[in-house]
Design a protein around this ligand. Structure first.
Ligand SMILES: [Zn+2]
Length: 296
């Protein structure tokens, strides 16, 4: 071994005065505008958590109004209707407290892809619209009868879904179609997403689901990704996301969350999700192992 001579890459820390080791920060060479509009996101969250909607409880006029508002957004963005009639996928259900018959409604819109051979294998982006209303089916002691506006759970997820659709609509189409689904009755046992997946499976299997639930906060500054073991590729996709957006990504493989991605996994479609609120307890079934993997 011999010492390099006169190399600008070598600095002996034992020679004389220490140089300052912290580089002064410099502005980036370019500051690109975000493709997501914070004002749009905020407007959606405010519109969906207005008190007059009374917490978007199942079978209430508030949830009906919120559904109509999202439906109008789907039309304005220019998504293709992909429900049973227009954007809506509706069916009747009896339940609630007291039990009564009601119409449940999912909204499904589509961005077509450019590769016809992938037309039957869309990626599904999901977010649930319903919340706890005045405290059904879940309420903390002391909050009975009070409006639960549900800004974070899950106006935030619907807001991100709409903004993503808006951003993707003005870009050249990807090869693969994307289905945007705003589903109902998550709080009552994922009825909406289970119904959605039943319908999609009969038309060919989606490639994968990404569920957005309670995305209004970054707890501990980290983005948690649940059920990322439902496909081998998720871990690597989200490593890339972390590098791109500069946020720590934590892959959570324990089956802690029973949000709508579980309906995808039960149907054999890899699904992952952002976390539920930090204080929510979860009683869903453990994630079943699945054999299928996403083909990115
Ligand atoms: Zn939720």
């Amino acid at each position: 071994m011999w010492e390099p001579l006169a190399s600008p890459l070598v600095r002996k820390l034992t020679d004389g005065e220490m140089p300052p080791l912290v580089l002064p920060s410099r502005p980036p060479l370019a500051e690109l505008p975000s493709i997501f509009d914070p004002a749009d996101l905020e407007m959606s969250v405010i519109a969906l958590s207005e008190l007059r909607l009374e917490g978007r409880g199942l079978g209430t006029p508030g949830l009906d109004d919120a559904t109509a508002w999202v439906e109008a957004q789907f039309a304005e963005i220019g998504l293709q209707p992909a429900g049973d009639g227009g954007f809506r996928q509706s069916w009747s259900w009896t339940g609630g407290e007291p039990a009564r018959p009601m119409i449940l409604t999912n909204l499904v819109g589509r961005l077509p892809g450019s590769d016809p051979s992938l037309a039957g294998q869309p990626v599904v982006v999901l977010a649930h619209l319903d919340h706890l209303g005045r405290g059904w089916p879940d309420v903390r002691a002391g909050n009975e009868g009070m409006v639960h506006p549900g800004a974070d759970d899950n106006a935030s997820g619907v807001a991100v879904l709409l903004e993503l659709a808006r951003a993707m609509k003005v870009e050249p189409p990807r090869p693969r179609p994307v289905l945007f689904a705003v589903v109902t009755a998550e709080e009552a046992g994922r009825l909406g997403s289970r119904r959605l997946l039943e319908g999609l499976k009969s038309a060919g299997a989606p490639l994968a689901c990404v569920n957005l639930d309670t995305v209004g906060r970054l707890a501990d500054g980290k983005l948690l990704v649940f059920n990322a073991d439902s496909a081998r590729e998720w871990r690597f996709l989200f490593m890339g996301v972390g590098h791109t957006i500069g946020t720590t990504i934590e892959i959570v493989t324990e089956p802690l969350d029973s949000s709508d991605q579980v309906s995808c996994i039960e149907a054999g479609v890899p699904g992952c999700s952002s976390p539920p609120g930090p204080t929510r307890t979860t009683t869903g079934p453990p994630t079943p192992p699945i054999g299928s993997t996403a083909r990115a």
